[in-house]
Design a protein around this ligand. Structure first.
Ligand SMILES: [Mg+2]
Length: 259
């Protein structure tokens, strides 16, 4: 007897989208997500991309289906717009999230300055700014990003609410209470789909918060996921696929719905 999936939360890059593959999307995966949507399941893309970058991704990779919700920048929750435009904030979560971040970056100035100083003086990485505001870091290699996150782990001890989301060589500063898992939990609350009905799939560090079993009872990852993710998924009783990217997501969806 398979389980019923009511909400699907998938990462985008490296999970549904295999940038180096041809085709980039696995047709059987997209077809199955579409069929599950047709049968009443809701599909959310849970990504580090901004709304604009996700929209351009959906267009560039010619997605034949549309997500019901998008969870962007590893923290914000959007639903389809009710009055023109494509997406609108769902509830007051995004406002609360922005407020928490404004307060955090205000109070964590010294931690942030120390990190920026380390990045500029000790690495070839680059701080990414949004206006005058330091949003994150892009490193020149995974090894370099390992060194940067080790440094951040040390300095954030004095300000534990200061955290980061890492995805390959990219890193975004954030409040410790906001991540993909928290955004998924908020969506699940808003649409009243309990944890038991939620499937989630991702491949990198920034996906662990939605794959550790706290917010989705059916966590999964494709074979290309990093070991940290595979370990988290196994520990949560989830499914580590044998196939990569979308083919792995397809395999995981079948695992939960057919076993
Ligand atoms: Mg990814």
């Amino acid at each position: 007897m398979g389980r019923r999936i009511h909400l699907i939360s998938t990462d985008f890059d490296g999970t549904l989208v295999a940038h180096d593959n041809d085709p980039v999307l696995d047709p059987s995966c997209i077809e199955l997500i579409g069929a599950l949507q047709h049968a009443g399941a809701l599909w959310a893309i849970n990504t580090g991309r901004s709304v604009e970058l996700l929209e351009s991704g959906l267009l560039d990779f010619e997605f034949p289906i549309r997500p019901d919700f998008i969870l962007t920048s590893e923290r914000d929750v959007f639903r389809p717009s009710r009055n023109g435009g494509k997406w609108e904030p769902f509830g007051d979560w995004n406002d609360r999230c922005a407020q928490a971040h404004a307060e955090l970056f205000d109070s964590a100035q010294s931690v942030l300055v120390e990190i920026i100083d380390f990045v500029n003086r000790k690495t070839k990485a680059r701080v990414i700014y949004l206006g005058t505001f330091a949003e994150g870091v892009v490193a020149s290699s995974e090894e370099e990003m390992d060194r940067i996150t080790e440094f951040i782990e040390r300095v954030r001890k004095r300000q534990p609410e200061f955290n980061y989301q890492r995805n390959t060589i990219y890193l975004r500063f954030c409040h410790a209470d906001y991540h993909k898992g928290a955004a998924l939990a908020e969506l699940s609350r808003l649409i009243t789909v309990p944890r038991e009905g939620i499937f989630a799939a991702g491949d990198h560090h920034n996906d662990v918060s939605m794959l550790d079993g706290r917010f989705a009872a059916m966590p999964a990852c494709p074979a290309n996921a990093i070991d940290h993710v595979k370990d988290a998924v196994r520990l949560a009783g989830g499914y580590v696929a044998e196939r990569e990217y979308g083919a792995g997501v397809h395999e995981a969806l079948l695992h939960f719905t057919q076993n």
